[in-house]
Ligand binder design. Structure first.
Ligand SMILES: Nc1ncnc2c1ncn2[C@@H]1O[C@H](COP(=O)(O)OS(=O)(=O)O)[C@@H](OP(=O)(O)O)[C@H]1O
Ligand SMILES: [Mg+2]
Ligand SMILES: [Mg+2]
Ligand SMILES: [Mg+2]
Length: 354
């Protein structure tokens, strides 16, 4: 058995199971509510997915810690919301009983569910085995029927060793063209749903997300960029999360004329790792915002294992050992190794003129 194979299997199946829950939430509760600005579907999906994933981690690796985005305090008082989430958590299983057994079985009770959610309270840091979990990344994309991701990574002594991204609304086909999110319904119809994963030093793979255990993964690679002017950027939908203006200036500097493809979530990392896009920039919009480790850990490893380089806008590797945030980094520059320096130079030039 290769190193981290058990962790990888548990992470992949846990993300698969949680993705089933998020899809159920979307179809039963989210569809059509977006215009009413109803936040509850995403809340239900966030809590439910976090409970299912932490349950599987704790059953298999009881001493591991988890840095999870959500915490259950509001749920302990809001019984209506709590019961809605419990109904989903209780009712979500993998279609393959053997795979379900690998996860250690269902969450036993409402109380166990709340405890599992709260077990995501690790402070993070540079010591030991710590998982980073974003149960739904790209909450706006989720509500819109666009891109979102269920994200899980294992860090050991501050270094990401295993990364898994469940992307229910991305095409299964690694060579399918990239589609921008805004205004496009990209929900989990036939041909959609991909699971990306990587282990440090062992490469990155994709496979259909599915519902019943794991088929064979296909190795994925970033696309070689021979002519930077033909590259495609992936960027955030929200201008508040990454500066669209700076992105445009950098594209001009690199003489890139293709429009950026905007999509939510770590689906951006998965998309460039499989060669559907080329470069992902996250350009700080405020001097004080610190990126959260759960928004980047899995994607960082998957891109690096697919032949990419990931740094911040100053050229430093992302440092996941500083706690719950990337306290020592500013923004993200992810690109194929061969062109990363060139892209970073343009990023630095544009940002230094501000
Ligand atoms: N100001 C600011 N700057 C940078 N990032 C921020 C900021 N505010 C929030 N967030 C985090 O962005 C996560 C979603 O990132 P995306 O790349 O999907 O953004 S976007 O929705 O496409 O704009 C989102 O993750 P989720 O909450 O899991 O959706 C947030 O953690
Ligand atoms: Mg997130
Ligand atoms: Mg989230
Ligand atoms: Mg959030």
């Amino acid at each position: 058995m290769s190193i981290y194979s058990k962790e990888l299997e548990v992470a992949e199946l846990a993300v698969q199971r949680a993705s089933i829950l998020t899809k159920k939430v979307f179809h039963e509760k989210a569809k059509g509510t977006v215009s009413k600005d109803d936040k509850s579907p995403v809340t239900i999906g966030d809590f439910g997915a976090q409970a299912l994933i932490i349950q599987a981690i704790k059953k298999n690796f009881p001493n591991d810690e988890v840095v999870g985005e959500e915490e259950a305090s509001t749920l302990r008082d809001d019984h209506k919301l709590r019961d809605q989430i419990w109904a989903l958590v209780e009712g979500t299983k993998l279609a393959d009983a053997e795979a379900e057994k690998v996860l250690g079985g269902p969450v036993e009770s409402v109380e166990a569910m709340l405890d599992a959610i709260d077990a995501g309270n690790s402070a993070g840091g540079s010591r030991g085995r710590i998982w980073a979990l974003d149960p739904i990344d790209g909450t706006k994309g989720f509500l819109r029927g666009g891109q979102y991701a269920v994200c899980l990574a294992l860090m050991v002594d501050g270094d990401v060793k295993v990364g898994v991204l469940g992307c229910p609304n991305l095409p299964i086909d690694d060579s399918a063209p990239l589609a921008a999110d805004a205004g496009v319904d990209q929900t989990d119809a036939e041909g959609k749903g991909v699971l990306f994963s990587a282990v440090s030093g062992q490469g990155a793979v994709s496979r259909p997300l599915g519902t019943a255990g794991l088929g064979k993964g296909q190795p994925i690679h970033m696309k070689p960029v021979n002519d930077i002017t033909q590259a495609t950027f992936c960027e955030s939908v929200e201008a508040g999360h990454s500066s669209h203006g700076d992105q445009h200036a950098i594209a001009l500097k690199l003489r890139i004329s293709k429009p950026s493809v905007r999509m939510d979530s770590q689906a951006k990392y998965g998309s460039i790792a499989r060669g559907a896009g080329d470069i992902y920039l996250r350009l700080p919009t405020s001097a004080t915002y610190q990126e959260k480790i759960w928004d980047h850990a899995a994607g960082d490893l998957i891109v690096r294992e697919a032949g990419g380089q990931v740094t911040d806008t100053l050229g430093r590797r992302l440092d996941f050992s500083k706690g719950r945030t990337l306290a020592e980094n500013k923004g993200v520059v992810a690109a194929p190794i061969a062109v990363h320096d060139h892209v970073l130079e343009a990023v630095k030039e544009v940002l230094s003129k501000k």
